[in-house]
Design a protein around this ligand. Structure first.
Ligand code: PHE
Length: 403
């Protein structure tokens, strides 16, 4: 159970205490809990209001359609901030992580970021996972000259917004190439269908990047229907795809939609492999798609199966703290906080221009998801992994190094 759910059930039980004083205390406690759960925040060691702390903003999807992205990423970001604070903090101060839930909704990420910048006066922003929501916030951060580090938004356009916008993950130019090579070499697919989400910058961008490489290497796209994130019935698109007899189907979407698509493909008797990108990564994918996912594939940022000491120690601590295994979103959230803290230390200040310059100068910085050097476009070059689903679990198949 994640801590956010634990809070909710705790809150409900407080409503039923009977004595007057208990009721008062309970109401007070409930109010406080409500405050924290609304922002999805629980105080961390450096979270005392005011005081000599450095406010860092995080905007993420703790509820709504892509909630597992935000919960994983937030849990690990908080873990990193707590570790940094217990090791003495940064520049003699504790980091104060202030987070805002955007409910996975368009428009809400911008609201959250505005609040963090003007109300909380944060010195930097961490977030979002989904590219469309980072693209909403990037111009706001750029305009306010508040450095923004996205942990997981892979759409190439994200960092093109301006020189205050960074990411700690690879881009879909790389992920598209990785998937195209995988389709051609490993699946041996020549004829391919793509089913993408019209509403998502991530989905459209990844489909484009994939196509560019796949077609250049001799592959053929035979069908390209689309859907709208949140749809429940994909049978019309899947029936049309089936009629074109592709060797495989690329589904560059998010887990809630992908789970249903994979299930309905099976119901329609589609036997060819389905595959996608990091958007598939969620423990919820397995509960939505069930057995229909067996033997399909996706690319993502890291695998717990890799035996590096950095990964193993991260997995152990996350597991001890949250009682579950960290996914790629957790790993990237954790890395984003460490990249920021490292830049603050090198800058020797949290003044915005100096901090921006220090993030831009990040070089050979060891993280859970690989060594990070921020290039001139404010992106790192990092490896990708391909996972498959076997016996209801994600299994590491290949690691692909950047060239
Ligand atoms: N890369 C996705 C996007 O840009 C987000 C994502 C990252 C989802 C990692 C799952 C895992 O929208």
């Amino acid at each position: 159970m994640n801590h956010w759910r634990a809070h909710r059930s705790g809150r409900r039980s407080r409503f039923f205490s009977s004595s007057a004083s208990l009721a008062f205390l309970s109401a007070l406690f409930t109010g406080l809990l409500l405050l924290f759960t609304q922002s999805g925040c629980k105080p961390s060691s450096g979270n005392a209001p005011g005081g000599d702390t450095i406010p860092v903003g995080e905007y993420t999807s703790l509820t709504g359609k892509e909630a597992t992205y935000g919960i994983s990423s937030h849990n690990a970001t908080r873990m990193a901030v707590d570790e940094i604070n217990s090791a003495g903090g940064v520049l003699g101060k504790q980091l104060r992580l202030i987070c805002e839930d955007n409910q996975s909704k368009a428009g809400e990420a911008a609201n959250a970021a505005r609040k963090l910048i003007s109300r909380d006066r944060v010195v930097a922003l961490l977030g979002e996972v989904a590219s469309s929501r980072t693209l909403e916030v990037a111009p706001i951060a750029q305009e306010a000259k508040i450095p923004l580090i996205s942990p997981a938004s892979t759409n190439p356009k994200v960092t093109e917004v301006g020189d205050y916008v960074f990411r700690v993950c690879f881009t879909d130019r790389f992920q598209g190439r990785v998937l195209a090579d995988f389709a051609l070499k490993t699946i041996k697919a020549k004829k391919l269908a793509i089913l993408s989400d019209l509403k998502s910058d991530y989905s459209k961008g990844l489909a484009e990047c994939f196509k560019e490489r796949f077609v250049a290497k001799g592959g053929q796209i035979v069908a390209e229907p689309s859907y709208s994130g949140g749809d429940k019935d994909f049978k019309a698109q899947l029936t049309a795809i089936k009629g074109t007899e592709p060797d495989a189907i690329l589904v560059p979407g998010y887990y809630t939609d992908v789970g249903l698509i994979v299930m309905q493909a099976k119901q329609l008797g589609i036997k060819v492999p389905l595959f996608g990108g990091d958007g598939w990564e969620s423990p919820k994918l397995l509960s939505i798609g069930g057995a229909a996912l067996e033997g399909h594939y996706f690319s993502t940022h890291y695998s717990m199966e890799v035996a590096s000491p950095k990964i193993q120690s991260f997995v152990k601590h996350y597991q001890e703290r949250y009682g579950e295994y960290p996914d790629a979103l957790a790993a990237l959230g954790y890395d984003s906080a460490y990249v920021l803290a490292d830049a603050m230390k090198r800058a020797g200040t949290t003044e915005s221009k100096a901090l921006r310059d220090a993030i831009a100068a990040t070089k050979d910085f060891e993280t859970v998801t690989g060594k990070i050097t921020i290039d001139a476009e404010r992106n790192p070059q990092k490896p990708a992994v391909i996972l498959t689903i076997k016996n209801g679990q994600f299994k590491l198949l290949e690691t692909i190094q950047p060239d």
